[in-house]
Design a protein around this ligand. Structure first.
Ligand code: ZN
Ligand code: ZN
Length: 283
């Protein structure tokens, strides 16, 4: 009999303010997440039928447990007469992903319209008037990136704050830039990475919701193993427990070699207050 993970793998759901976070992640089985209110999702290791209505997806890397459902997602939207989806992924792999879609077009004898957009760390993606997604560097065994979704708002520059309304309107009409942009990190999605992927992008620690991996929880995993596989250990999180300013931290992508019981026992022993109740384990 197999030890460790015993199946299931259904999506979980939790609300924070006006956002719902849905998804599931277990290494190396499948990772898929979405925030329906923001009309976007992360990773396509699987695709529950109802997720197809979300039109935009951000893939962190092309390991199979993170991209396997790409053809099904594109096919379902086509079949249901929805607009072609936009899917972002590391630029180095965009050509290969297109070849995967092309192969399925031939196998399936059906069209798979999908806008694939290659991204690099440092990119800023304009999603809507309110939302910008930034792409961050992560450290994994294949080309990989993380994503942060920012809400942006226009604010009046301080020098115009006391002015009456008509005066402000006149200035605006004369072409003077009277506002500046402020950004709030709403959701940070790390994907698969060593803890460097968090440390080098401080906004990951500040986003309202951080979705992070915690692949390993047992003491037999060495620093070398973590580096070469490109993953985070429970101990990495314990060492940084004072850095998390997030309202909610969701940890997933636990290795399938662990039972749920072992994960719960080890995490609760190492972090008894669960980051002040903010840490959620999705098993
Ligand atoms: Zn993975
Ligand atoms: Zn991976």
């Amino acid at each position: 009999m197999l030890g460790g993970y015993s199946g299931g793998g259904r999506a979980h759901k939790i609300r924070l303010g006006e956002m719902t976070v849905e998804g599931f992640s277990r290494a190396p089985i499948k990772s898929f997440w979405r925030i329906p209110e923001l009309k976007l999702g992360f990773d396509l290791g699987w695709q529950p039928w109802e997720y197809m209505g979300t039109p935009r997806w951000f893939i962190t890397h092309t390991h199979m447990d993170h991209i396997l459902a790409l053809p099904a997602y594109a096919a379902r939207r086509q079949m249901m007469d929805m607009t072609p989806p936009t899917v972002y992924l590391p630029a180095q792999k965009a050509g290969d992903a297109q070849m995967l879609l092309n192969a399925f077009t031939r196998l399936d004898n059906g069209r798979l319209p999908c806008r694939l957009v290659g991204v690099m760390p440092g990119d800023e993606l304009e999603i809507s008037r309110e939302l910008v997604v930034t792409v961050s560097k992560t450290y994994h065994s294949v080309h990989s990136v993380g994503y942060i979704v920012w809400e942006r708002r226009k604010k009046l520059k301080p020098e115009y704050l006391g002015l009456p309304g008509p005066k402000i309107r006149d200035l605006k009409e004369s072409g003077v830039e009277i506002t500046y942009e402020v950004r709030f990190p709403r959701v940070a999605y790390l994907g698969d990475s060593t803890v460097q992927g968090l440390d080098e992008t401080p906004a990951m620690y500040r986003a309202d919701v951080l979705i992070t991996e915690m692949t390993f929880v047992s003491p037999d995993v060495t620093a070398d193993m973590l580096r070469s596989a490109g993953h985070i250990h429970l101990d990495d999180i314990v060492k940084r427990q004072d850095r998390f300013e997030n309202k909610m931290v969701i940890a997933g992508h636990f290795s399938a070699r662990y039972t749920n019981h072992e994960i719960l026992t080890r995490v609760h022993a190492a972090l008894p207050d669960m980051l002040g109740g903010r840490l959620h384990l999705w098993l």
